[in-house]
Ligand binder design. Sequence first.
Ligand code: ADP
Ligand code: MG
Length: 245
Amino acid sequence: MLQVKQLKKAFDGFQAIADANLSVPIGEVVAVIGPNGAGKSTLFNLITGHLQADSGHIQFQSQEITNLAPYKICHKGMARSFQLINIFSSLTVFENVQTSVLAQQRLDRNFFTPSRRLLIDETLEVLDIFGLLELKDRSCTSLSYGDQKVLEIAIALGSKPELLLLDEPTAGMSSEETRKIVNLIKKLSREKGLTILITEHDMELVFDVAQKIMVLHQGTTIAQGLPEDIRNDKSVQNAYLGEAG
Ligand code: ADP
Ligand code: MG
């Protein structure tokens, strides 16, 4: 689904991404882990075109996408949620999801039918998957933080992506909200066959949901593979112990 090769990105001489390598197999949940400042969000921004790489390659479904504009990458079938909440707060839950469904279908400028009447069923289906049906007429600002985060993922899904990127989806959540997100990720993977790439600092969660893990250390990929191999990897253990000490 996705291949990242020898990716580099510096900010004013600071090498935030020094040598990132990643391969995401179709249909798997893959996690990028690493301590704060390792470069996880920067890597996501490079993959989605929100930042320009200095060198290296990114291929999505065997097509070169390195440094394409974000909207072009999105239309190829990649969607993301941001580490910070990213919703239209003046709209209802329903309207937020419908906007994203409409945008993908390019019906948002249909001259003859008011966009509100279009694709109601599809929007309701997305809301149902996410357990948001009961909240559909609520304004977004009235939702709990956890529900806002779920809504943000629903919005990302509205564009019917092949690959969904989630940057620390459980950051700042209670354990109950975290469990909800974990179940959601598993459901999207199992029932919808979605390929999912996440960053996460909670190791327990990572080992629970991911079929493959990539470890980023100071902008460099130091390991990637099966969770049990990552757990036993000496360089990973050293990097983490090094950070802790
Ligand atoms: P992570 O998501 O793993 O916590 P980030 O990708 O956010 O790490 O950041 C990696 C490093 O790059 C950090 O040292 C951060 O301060 C730096 N960085 C990130 N974005 C910028 C930017 N726009 N300008 C300058 N430095 C940045
Ligand atoms: Mg981050």
